[in-house]
Design a protein around this ligand. Sequence first.
Ligand SMILES: Cc1ncc(COP(=O)(O)O)c(C=O)c1O
Length: 373
Amino acid sequence: MELFNVYNLYNVTPVKAQGCSIWDDKGQEYLDMYAGHAVVNIGHSHPKFVAAVTDQMQQMAFVGNMLQSPQQQQLAKRLGKISGYDNYSLFLCSTGAESVENALKLASFHTGRQRVLAFKRGYHGRTSGAGAVTDNASIQSLYNRVHKVVYVDLNDTATLTKELETQKVAACIIEPIQGTGGVHTPSVEFMQTLEKLCHQNGTLLIMDEVQTGFGRTGKFFAHEWAGVHPDLICIGKPMANGLPCAGVMIAPVFEAVKGRLGSTFGGSPIVTAAALSVLDVLEEEKLMANAKAMGEFLKEHIPTSPRIKDVRGKGLMIGIEFREPVAPIRQKLLYDKHIITGSAGMNVIRLLPPLCITQQECYTFINALKSIL
Ligand SMILES: Cc1ncc(COP(=O)(O)O)c(C=O)c1O
């Protein structure tokens, strides 16, 4: 059997990783400016993470969600404390798309409504409902399109108001910074209007922090920059630094009905141990402050060039928009300079490095980009 060939693969075979470095099978070192798509926030092979996972593996790998789990309770408490959402509750699952599916389902159960408002260029995953609220026709089958979804432009308050005043919308789902769609941030005023209109019209606000959460933008959650309080918060990617862990943080107004939600692997002992170690390291190593400082440093030093149209984002979530397709530049970065980057659409290089990146490593990227330009 061959692999189902859905990924665009580069010709690099990684065998080892540490901090912000990855080594291939020929011993070549690469600087990781992408962290596996905003996943490896505390850096590769962090000793605390490795010890937590190894110790847990030796004790017990898996038992299922019908027996008590003090570690899951501990994770919920720690997450509540670090995020400031102490009074919310936590549902654990394994992927970002699963988190989005469960948030949409909770919103529909709670409101008795079916319709969802999502945003143009938004990305929320590829499964049934998550694919439906993702504004990308090329990944939607007819099966995704049975959901009742309306897409509105970011910052278009007039259309938003018109849609919500129908009082038929169960939830609005939004990324505090659109990642896959090109690193676009809704204005603070728009976020605050969105929150207010949701409250006024009985619509729930779902904040998709799957890519932006856990310190990436310099605060624990990116929506903190806008001072809003969503009803449901989707979390995923960096939660367990590479082990499959995701969840929904749920406001106290929701009723937990037995059997309505569930996930076989959600909150398994190993990923929970990993997630706790991630929170320890985030705090001990002050990685949120580092994300803010290194993000500002990178933005300041990214070379100006007539080929670059815009540099945007927050903390260590940065989009460099070019006036041309970025694929050849990213290939040069990878094969000539040994730097791994991401993209968002044709013209944007997306940087999402581990939050432990150093100034020296930022310089390596900046100098490489300068020399290519
Ligand atoms: C904002 C956002 N939501 C949801 C998802 C889906 O996460 P997953 O690929 O873990 O299902 C992603 C993945 O890129 C994402 O960026």
